[in-house]
Ligand binder design. Structure first.
Ligand code: FES
Length: 260
């Protein structure tokens, strides 16, 4: 596991990508060791909020000197981040979490499934897997604001689902998987809990191995708030209960190990 660092990061660019969703590039040493599916903790300037906000890494540049964060503004912390301009500095901690087990997809038919703000961490995953594999991605959006879809098209065969039916399959990512008769051995997914529950059930019924990122449930991201406990099938060696902390034990879990 890579060692996490708390570092100042320089804002290279920031723009609005879709309604309430921002696209931020940060120059940082942390980029060197960041794997797809990992996240960083971003600190607010307001010292009253001591704990950082977890934000997944969407992309790492080729030189591994910068990371891209695509995040939704959901509260005062992320609203503060949205105000940052090129040349400003932010304090970040990372890389955090385990990331997707890319080795499990080697030589297999893999489908990446993302929903809403679970879409961004799959972009770097698609890029890295796309170097040697035919990657299929299935992304779910609320409407026609299909942020990042043009970039997924560069690295994968992309299918889209939208809640209102304005783009792709009307419905969710599983509807799109069925409608397009997509066959696979492994699924990597990130998104809201109902979507992940549906994917776990679908994977079990069809003999597919699934790895799920539960990052949506995180609060502090650093093991301090216990707001991210999930139920697992295995008994934890330390606490002797069937629990795991998503931020420190995950955010990616083998779906077979989760009780959800
Ligand atoms: Fe706070 Fe995991 S998010 S302990």
């Amino acid at each position: 596991m890579t060692k996490k660092m708390k570092k100042e990061a320089k804002v290279l660019s920031q723009k609005l990508l879709a309604d309430g969703i921002f696209d931020l590039w940060l120059e940082t040493e942390i980029a060197k060791d960041t794997c797809p599916g990992q996240f960083v903790g971003v600190y607010t300037v307001n010292k009253a909020a001591l704990l950082p906000r977890p934000i997944s890494v969407c992309e790492v540049n080729k030189e591994k000197t910068a990371i891209r964060l695509v995040y939704r503004v959901v509260g005062t912390g992320t609203a503060e981040f949205a105000l940052y301009q090129p040349g400003d500095y932010m304090m970040i901690l990372g890389p955090l979490g385990n990331g997707f087990p890319l080795e499990k997809a080697e030589g297999k038919r893999v489908v990446l499934m993302g929903g809403g703000i679970g879409v961004p961490p799959l972009l770097e995953t698609a890029k890295r897997l796309g170097e040697g594999t035919d990657v299929i991605t299935v992304m779910g959006y609320r409407n026609s604001e299909t942020f990042l879809s043009d970039e997924f098209e560069k690295y994968s065969r992309l299918y889209i689902a939208s809640d209102d039916g304005s783009v792709g399959t009307k419905g969710n990512v599983i509807d799109a998987l069925k409608e397009n008769k997509i066959d696979c051995d492994v699924i990597f997914a990130c998104g809201p809990m109902p979507m992940l529950r549906g994917i776990k059930a679908y994977a079990q019924e069809n003999g597919i191995k699934a790895y799920l990122s539960l990052e949506e449930k995180m609060a502090c991201g650093v093991g301090a708030c216990l707001g991210c406990i999930c139920k697992t099938k295995k008994v934890d060696d330390h606490s002797h209960v069937k629990n795991a902390r998503i931020c420190t034990d995950g955010p990616v879990f083998d779906a077979d190990d989760l009780d959800m």
